[in-house]
Design a protein around this ligand. Structure first.
Ligand SMILES: [Fe+2]
Length: 326
């Protein structure tokens, strides 16, 4: 069991220790056929492997997500990537902090370190290649000269296929504890906070403004995964692509304040979201970013449609939990 009282600060060790990427995540969903339709429509490369669907992005062999059938939608695990030379130090850190190591989930072959976070989410640290970007992701904003059309016919619009995963946002029962756990155990750094409601964290080896984020809720849960495209035009085309295939619920087009990214969120069949995003801020390796603490109403979005009332509803909160807290 995780023992929060025994944390030591990571700077107690020589050299700072931190994961470099969110490698991938595992999600349980109630209907794999419905899942396949949603993720293919979004532009993911979806393959059935054993009893799960594996999500990749075009032209990249990396597995970003593994989707399995379960009684309801829930996070199965989240896997963070570390450099090989750091792996023994993570093992020692877990031991020193009294965090119990667990077996990998059934049917999942891995040599990683498995444990539970403050919300009992299953977390892995594994040795793998850095998948978070090494620099700010290029962003295209192209104009055409006079005498040329800028937009194609609708029928000729690009099929949107995201390039990479940018970040994952989970619901947490305690933002403060989440920040402590993910900074002191995983070695992430706090980038910014929106009141006590939301926190964004980046990797110390260079990553987007957030590769992992948490938002307050009465229960843990998976809120969204975000996927990088090249332009605002592609964000908009992605939203239309999903609307054309029956997934018109969501939020966007908008520009965030914290992260600065342009986004459109598409609601999945289970009340969580996949986000098309571009031009997210980047925190270079060893950059002395000063974490900010802002009012949520001033920091979530710069412009866009009003925040839908159901956007931050945690669909994983069970009815009895919900009524007990209300
Ligand atoms: Fe996001």
């Amino acid at each position: 069991m995780t023992q929060m009282g025994r944390f030591i600060p990571p700077d107690a060790e020589p050299g700072e220790l931190g994961v470099h990427s969110v490698d991938h995540f595992g999600l349980n969903v109630p209907d794999l056929a419905e899942a396949e339709h949603f993720y293919r429509s979004f532009g993911m490369d979806v393959q059935a492997e054993s009893a799960r669907l594996v999500l990749r992005t075009t032209g990249n062999p990396h597995t970003w997500a593994a989707i399995q059938e379960g009684s309801r939608k829930s996070l199965r695990y989240i896997s963070f990537g570390a450099y090989e030379e750091d792996f023994p130090r993570f093992r020692e850190r877990l031991e020193r902090m009294g965090i119990q190591r667990l077996d990998s989930p059934p049917g999942y072959e891995s040599n990683g370190l498995w444990f539970r976070d403050h919300d009992q989410n299953l977390v892995e640290i594994r040795v793998c290649e850095k998948t978070s970007p090494h620099e700010k992701t290029p962003f295209a904003m192209r104009s055409t000269p006079g005498g040329e059309r800028g937009a194609p016919m609708r029928a000729e619009a690009l099929e949107i296929r995201p390039k990479r995963m940018s970040h994952v946002l989970l619901f947490t029962t305690d933002v403060e504890r989440a920040i402590r756990f993910y900074t002191q155990v995983l070695g992430l750094h706090l980038t910014d906070r929106g009141g006590d409601a939301i926190a964004f964290l980046h990797g110390i080896h260079g990553s987007d403004h957030h590769m992992f984020a948490v938002a307050l809720s009465p229960a843990p849960g998976f809120h969204h995964a975000s996927w990088g495209v090249d332009s605002i035009n592609e964000v908009g085309l992605g939203a239309m692509q999903m609307a054309d295939r029956g997934y018109s619920a969501g939020w966007g087009l908008l520009r965030h304040v914290l992260g600065s990214n342009y986004s459109h969120y598409v609601r999945d069949p289970w009340g969580s979201y996949f986000e098309y995003t571009c031009d997210i801020d980047y925190i270079p390796k060893n950059y002395p970013w000063k974490a900010g603490h802002y009012k949520p109403e001033d920091s979530i979005y710069l412009w866009g449609p009003n925040l839908p009332e159901d956007f931050i509803v945690n669909s994983e909160v069970q009815p009895e939990v919900s009524s007990a807290k209300s």
